[in-house]
Design a binder for this molecule. Sequence first.
Ligand code: GPP
Ligand code: MG
Length: 291
Amino acid sequence: MTTVHADTARIPVPTQSTYQTRVADYWNAEENPVNLELGKIDDLYHHHYGIGDADRTVLDEPDPGRRRERLTGELHRLEEAQAQLLASHLGQLSPADRVFDAGCGRGGGSVVANLRYGCHADGVTISAKQADFANQQARKRGIDDKVSYHHRNMLDTGFTSGAYAASWNNESTMYVELDLLFAEHARLLRRGGRYVTITGCYNDTYGRASREVSLINAHYICDIHPRSAYFRAMARNRLVPTHVQDLTQAALPYWELRKEADHLVTGIEDTFLTAYRNGSFQYLLIVADRV
Ligand code: GPP
Ligand code: MG
């Protein structure tokens, strides 16, 4: 019998996994009109979907240019409502407090938190292009003394332990291992701090990941977790859920409207609608206390 000794000391471990590099490539190349055209409206660039009832009268607009404009505006309003819902759960924050935006994209969520609470914000993205863009936006708004974006890994930020009153992931947990992620949030949050996530998860009651969930994974190069994984990983990492809300029904009008926006569709719209409707996929808000 041959014994193989793994000489791990001699195998170089890259600071960023090949997977993470591929994800960064995606976001460095991403220029979807559905993100840029919506963001342009008020310089709030979001990388998440919308919630709430949609004003479908925008579809009846007879002038094609005006119809496009109104559709874009309505989708942005629904995304804004999602961002505000998340921000409303961050707890009592003062301008002296600091918040951490894990997977900040082009920066919209941190701006929303700063406008709402006057707090400091650190956003982290694996994409250098997104971090540059977001910092440019913060400078343009004159809030760069309080809001900064960093080209870093959300699992290993290097930020100061216990320095944050609140933190969140807005649709970015599906790119990382939850135990590693929640360990970093628990390290960064002070005791009594708030953690919030809005996420798409697969429904344990369905069984395993459905075809549609797998298609969403392939589309964004992510790995959607089951609902159960969130609570297991939080329990292991000093994060105790205080509020859980199923936003699946509230997410449908956004996708039904986005599907009609020929100038903005990316091709994933029907997949989301089917995934939500066949019960295999859920859009969830989870709020937790750091104990
Ligand atoms: C949306 O970003 C979110 C993700 C890519 C993560 C996957 C989310 C799930 C709920 C599964 P985006 O706003 O850049 O996407 P799009 O370009 O489709 O609008
Ligand atoms: Mg988008």
